[in-house]
Design a protein around this ligand. Structure first.
Ligand SMILES: NC(=O)c1ccc[n+]([C@@H]2O[C@H](COP(=O)([O-])OP(=O)(O)OC[C@H]3O[C@@H](n4cnc5c(N)ncnc54)[C@H](OP(=O)(O)O)[C@@H]3O)[C@@H](O)[C@H]2O)c1
Length: 256
């Protein structure tokens, strides 16, 4: 199958591209940067440049691009960008788009989750036959978030009670590949990691694996989303699909 992967240079997308190619499919990458690869098209979801060229000759799309790391720009890339991509996909008669989203966002007040929900709604308009796969937080993201909370020397201030169900990016990528190779299926069951853990214990494992000596402090954030995260909104304990635990991921990454 010929598959366009938006976000094909990102944390998830690069695994999707690799798995598709390893199984004999064609994966074309959309990226804002000029890439050396033969099978990459330069384009930008925020402006729509390159999208027509990117979808040309493709049968399906894995839409894993997000402007999440650029905060304010996220809405233009994620919401407007999804609309622009779908219009180009409809014109090119794409048969299936798989949108990657996040478990538990329906009632979340966290701004990025509101953006994702709006992008999901655009996909659900049926411009192109679709599937939406929601996953829990990737191990890589958990590390990025922990990095953000441990910038001060000597201490790590963490909202202890936030609940996560970290999942290995490679396992999500395999699920995405399985989905795109099948018929459009609408809203798919959630895809979660093997364990639900609180952020305190996740942070302890992370500090230990990286041999960092920090005093852990419970950070209380006065936001509604912080209470929601503590209530387990971002978890799906009934879908412990992934096999690789956060500790196994750390062991693989940091053990000598
Ligand atoms: N991270 C998680 O824990 C998690 C959990 C559940 C669901 N998800 C979802 O999974 C998807 C992938 O997340 P990720 O963590 O892999 O993302 P990521 O590592 O931040 O990668 C973002 C990708 O988006 C591309 N991109 C950004 N702005 C763009 C634009 N304006 N035009 C075209 N491409 C653009 C980037 O490509 P270039 O820089 O090459 O242009 C990059 O490949 C997202 O939709 C996210 O919401 C993530």
């Amino acid at each position: 199958m010929n598959v366009l992967v938006t976000g094909g240079t990102g944390t998830l997308g690069r695994h999707v591209v690799m798995l598709l190619r390893q199984s004999g499919h064609r994966a074309r990458i959309l990226s804002r940067e000029p890439r050396g690869h033969v099978d990459a098209v330069q384009g930008d979801l925020k402006t729509g440049t390159g999208l027509g060229k990117a979808v040309m000759g493709m049968e399906a799309i894995v839409h894993a691009a997000t402007g999440a790391r650029e905060s304010m720009a996220s809405r233009a890339a994620d919401v407007g960008g999804t609309r622009r991509l779908l219009n180009a996909a409809r014109d090119a008669r794409i048969k299936h788009i798989v949108y990657v989203s996040i478990v538990g966002i329906d009632k979340s007040t966290y701004p990025y989750h509101r953006t994702k929900l709006r992008a999901e709604a655009i996909v659900r308009e049926d411009v192109v036959p679709w599937s939406i796969l929601r996953a829990t937080q990737f191990h890589d993201l958990i590390e990025i978030v922990l990095g953000g909370f441990t910038r001060l020397p000597g201490v790590a201030a963490i909202p202890f009670r936030w609940q996560f169900q970290p999942v290995d990016t490679r396992e999500v990528a395999q699920r995405v590949v399985d989905v795109v190779l099948q018929e459009p299926a609408g809203m798919l069951p959630d895809f979660g990691g093997p364990e639900v853990r609180d952020f305190e214990s996740i942070a302890e494992s992370w500090l230990k694996a990286r041999k960092r000596n920090r005093r852990l402090i419970n950070l209380k954030l006065p936001f509604r989303f912080s209470r929601q995260f503590a209530e387990g909104m971002l978890t799906c304990p009934e879908h412990k699909d992934g096999k690789i635990t956060f500790d196994q991921y750390l062991q693989e990454k940091y053990a000598p």
